[in-house]
Design a protein around this ligand. Structure first.
Ligand code: GDP
Ligand code: GDP
Ligand code: MG
Length: 365
């Protein structure tokens, strides 16, 4: 088995933090004993640091991730997209409809959804002369986003130890690894026991990045010591370990690059297949970068052909003027946006809330 845990850069960080903790602890103990606040000599302490094995450290440094509910409300002010001020009060003229159409297209809502939303606005205003245009647009947008869709992850209750898998896919740079790390925090906050699998084996740095995320919330990471190890075998080992440890959830990070598209899709199919041998599949989440707009849609189509995508994570919605991609991508894939990334902070990932999203777009909240 070529999968093992080895020290990497992340451990240097852990050692450094352990060292600081050790220093502070020793200083505190000495100060208590001597009854004085003077710090101990640095040289003596640095020996202690070097000789302290990492494994002898107290439990890993554990963050307390922020509660999941309320995250979207906290973050939605960062949405870059806006439709506020596009419509005015009173009757809509033909040029008002043109302005709305242009604004929807600029926000990357996409041509077909834009048509549907315009038709929705027209029919609502035609049926109710008292309705304000902004309210008609609010309803039409909500209809297009489908507030009734199930956006939860199919994980069941926490504490059942069923090792359900969540496989995270998407092209290079969209934010997959970051999303796996943030999602681990969401699940820890919700009481799930989590394991991570580093199936992006192109570079050790990807696994190191995941270990850093995991260590902060006390979540173990299954990884390979070799660059270029078979990703499916790492994923399989992670699944076996998650089952053996009765973890509730296994999150698997994957690579987004290969020499060619077919190779990437074959690899993802294989990962999904081998993990499914031992771990019940809960989700395949496709990560898309909101700033890539229509390009992201083209990617989405390719991934949807290769695997049964069950949910979308839209990252980098902070500052992106293309928030309408939420509507376009759901329409394209027929799969709901489940989470959105609204920043680079560890807890800047939120369950997607359609009503709050639309109200933020329109400035009606
Ligand atoms: P991967 O190649 O798909 O694994 O992408 P990474 O997870 O390594 O992320 C690529 C970059 O995108 C990193 O610099 C992340 O901090 C950044 N990123 C990810 N999600 C978000 C987000 O929601 N907002 C912003 N502003 N940056 C993000
Ligand atoms: P294929 O190459 O498409 O036939 O996919 P495999 O079924 O061979 O699985 C790919 C990798 O996952 C293998 O190289 C193994 O590392 C791992 N794997 C899959 N199934 C098993 C299994 O039943 N036992 C073990 N030990 N490893 C497995
Ligand atoms: Mg990555």
């Amino acid at each position: 088995m070529d999968v093992a845990w080895i020290p990497g850069d992340a451990d240097a960080v852990v050692v450094a933090v352990v060292a600081v903790v050790a220093l502070a602890g020793a200083g505190w103990a000495i100060a208590r004993r001597s009854g004085r606040g003077a710090p101990p000599p640095a040289v003596i302490e640095s020996h202690t640091i070097v000789e302290t094995p990492v494994s002898a450290a107290p439990a890993d440094i554990v963050d307390h991730p922020e509660a999941t509910s309320g995250r979207f409300s906290r973050l939605r002010g960062r949405l870059g997209a806006t439709l506020a001020g596009v419509l005015h009060r009173g009757a809509m003229s033909a040029s008002d409809y043109d302005a709305l159409e242009e604004a929807l297209l600029l926000a990357d809502v996409g041509a077909s959804a834009t048509d549907a939303i315009l038709a929705g606005v027209k029919s609502r205003l035609g049926a109710n002369f008292d309705l304000e245009p902004t309210q008609a647009l609010r309803e039409a947008l909500l209809e297009a986003i489908d507030p009734a869709a199930d956006r939860s992850l199919a994980l069941g209750q926490a504490g059942q130890g069923q090792a359900k898998s969540v496989i995270v896919v998407g092209v290079n740079g969209v934010g997959k690894t970051t999303t796996v790390g943030k999602l681990a925090r969401v699940l820890v906050a919700d009481g799930y026991s989590v394991m991570l699998g580093a199936a992006d084996t192109f570079r050790a740095a990807a696994a190191d990045q995941l270990e850093t995320w995991g260590a902060r919330v006390g979540v173990p990471v299954e990884r390979s010591e070799r660059d270029g190890a078979d990703p499916a075998s790492v994923a399989f080992a992670a699944a076996e370990r998650a089952v053996g440890d009765s973890a509730d959830v296994l999150l698997i990070d994957t690579a987004g690059r290969l020499q060619n598209k077919q190779g990437l899709m074959d690899e993802l199919g294989k990962i999904v297949r081998v993990v499914g041998k031992v771990s019940p599949r809960a989700e395949v989440l496709l990560v898309l970068d909101a700033t890539t707009g229509q390009n992201g849609l083209a990617q989405a189509r390719v991934f949807a052909e290769a695997t049964d995508v069950t949910g979308i994570v839209l990252t980098k919605l902070d500052g992106s003027a293309k928030g309408g991609i939420v509507v376009a991508v759901q329409r394209e894939l027929g799969v709901p946006v489940k989470f959105v990334g609204l920043g680079e902070g560890a807890d800047d990932l939120a369950p997607f809330e359609p009503v709050a999203f639309v109200d933020s777009l329109l400035g009606t909240a």
